[in-house]
Design a protein around this ligand. Sequence first.
Ligand SMILES: [Zn+2]
Length: 179
Amino acid sequence: MPTTYTKVEKITDAAAVKSAYKPTHPGLFEVVYAEGDYNSKLVACKPYVKGEIICKVEGVTPGPKKYTSVQVGKEDHIEFNSDLVFMNHSCNPTVSFDTDAMTVVAVTDLKEGDNMTFFYPSSEWEMDQPFTCWCGAEQCVKNVQGAKFLSKQTMSRYFVTKHIQELLDERGDAPAIKA
Ligand SMILES: [Zn+2]
């Protein structure tokens, strides 16, 4: 697995990017590139059943918090260095990232071609780049800023990593208000 994985984010020629693309997890999942900003996605290459481990997460490197990083401890952030960086957020996610076991797990049954998404606040306390979610899920949280800004009740609908659960317990029930 390359340690200098570059996330191609702004895409003006999806066909060219696609022809140069080598999946980091062939047969498991792959990036579907789309033109524009932040339009690409990660899809399953085979069916998975709910609870199945999709992959062990290997080859990560520690780094500063930024839009591509994932929080794995109260103060720790990593880069995936793989196609996993293309997992988009959804308020009705299909996978979870267990930062203790370092596994990506199916939280629903997935068919080949299904979008692999996870609920970013399940690992992120206060995100580097908050955004407005348009996932369309009935339970959409709209402002995706991190678990710090969500109620415990909202967070209880999701798989939550150990460090986020601890931070929620330290915070108490009331979500923080974004200044
Ligand atoms: Zn949403």
